[in-house]
Design a protein around this ligand. Structure first.
Ligand code: FAD
Length: 380
């Protein structure tokens, strides 16, 4: 058993950390303020192999594995979870279904430009009345000659307001609950596809999140991912499973940032004549935070390694998401407590991580849904 990262992994971490600090950090304040994502980052990250580190080099990717992707996600979330999330969507949800199940033409037209940062993708599953219960989506895709006509609404879609294409989940056969779903690639500019609104969020303000409407939106039949009608739910499940592991790295990155900020603050803040880090109550909290960050990272890497080795992670994937997202809430709460009143002020960065990290027990499958899946997997 070897728990060491490879030399390649370590070099990659150093390079992505450098990228995060030099290229991402200077853009954070403006992006958070304006709620506009700095789009130049897609190309910049892609040029250095950081946008889609897991796809083959021949396609323009980094040629790495799931651990490589986790390192990228952790380091970017340590800088800014919102910006990290937009880039993560590109390396996962918005490309993986095409990589795994797409046609050669779909790969040429969408996947490869996305890996190169030339096109931005989004993934549209959630609807106003269908979140956790994804099989109850109402969006329909009806075959008409060489096309499908799509009608429906998608909500909370990351990168939706400016994406070049969106992968849309729609029923081709609504009589078959879950099984009758397919994924379709819908390009920006297709008549009938509109961004109804950009959503105003409590946190992760540097992500642009949208509500997308499809009204008699006609797409070529060749834009359906997969060769036959039905089976899209399995494609979605596979994509979400991979994302649950990535989420462990997302939570670890935010936890690491919270720990670093809190240690720094506790060393500087003086009360009762000494830095507050000298008080046992605070030292104990920080010791526990550091322990938890290490366990989160180690567990995430373990499951990422299992995934890359082709092992079945249908139980461990949701375990990673549940464990790291829940533990992060405690870490953020302790970090805020140690910051005292200043932590509650917008001028201190800890509040942003607290707001951003609150999302993580909700999105990409709530903690309750992870528990349901784990219990089912274990036969409870
Ligand atoms: C910022 C942001 C970005 C997002 N990005 C995307 C994206 O890019 N693409 C996309 O498709 N979606 C996206 N989502 C949607 C996200 O995945 C959903 O919000 C999430 O799956 C939960 O669905 P919901 O919000 O409808 O909550 P609901 O399903 O309405 O759940 C509400 C509450 O009830 C609980 N609950 C529901 N069912 C059960 C049950 N059976 N047992 C126990 N408890 C239950 C839930 O755990 C939750 O606590 C995003 C959401 C946000 C907020």
């Amino acid at each position: 058993m070897d728990f060491e990262l490879t030399d390649e992994n370590k070099m990659f971490r150093e390079a992505i950390r450098n990228f995060g600090e030099k290229e991402v950090a200077p853009l954070v304040e403006e992006s958070e303020e304006t709620n506009i994502f700095p789009k130049q980052l897609f190309k910049k990250a892609a040029d250095q192999g950081f946008l889609c580190p897991r796809y083959p080099v021949e396609m323009g990717g980094g040629g790495g594995d799931k651990i490589t992707e986790c390192i990228m996600v952790e380091e970017l979330n340590r800088v800014n979870p919102g910006i990290a999330s937009s880039l993560m969507a590109q390396s996962g949800l918005a490309t993986q279904p095409i990589y795994n199940y797409g046609s050669e033409k779909q790969k040429q037209d969408f996947l490869i430009p996305a890996i190169h940062g030339d096109k931005v993708g989004a993934f549209g599953l959630t609807e106003p009345n269908a979140g956790s219960d994804a099989a109850s989506i109402k969006t329909r895709a009806v075959r008409d000659g060489d096309s499908y006509v799509i009608n429906g609404t998608k909500i909370f879609i990351t990168n939706g307001p400016f994406c070049d294409y969106v992968i849309v989940a729609a029923y081709t056969d609504p009589a078959k609950r879950g099984v009758g779903i397919n994924l379709f690639i819908v390009e920006k500019g297709t008549p009938g596809f509109t961004v109804a609104r950009k959503l105003d969020k409590v946190g992760n303000r540097s992500i642009e999140t949208g509500e997308l409407v499809f009204e008699d939106c006609r797409v070529p039949a060749e834009n359906m991912i997969g060769e036959k009608e039905g089976g899209g739910f399995a494609q979605i499940a596979e994509t979400l499973l991979s994302g649950r592991i990535t989420y462990g790295a997302r939570c670890t990155g935010v936890a690491q940032a919270a720990l670093e900020l809190t240690v720094q603050y506790a060393k500087e803040r003086v009360q009762f004549g000494k830095p507050i880090i000298k008080f046992q109550a605070n030292r104990f909290k920080l010791a526990e935070m550091a322990t938890n960050v290490d366990v989160m990272r180690t567990y995430t890497y373990r499951v990422a390694w299992m995934y890359s080795a082709g092992k079945d992670v249908r139980t461990e994937g949701p375990m990673v998401k549940l464990f790291t997202a829940e533990l992060l809430q405690k870490i953020l709460s302790d970090a805020m407590q140690i910051h005292g009143g200043y932590g509650y002020m917008m001028e201190y960065p800890i509040q942003r991580f607290w707001r951003d990290g609150r999302l993580f027990t909700i999105t990409e499958g709530t903690s309750e849904i992870q528990r349901l899946v784990i219990a089912k997997q274990l036969g409870y």
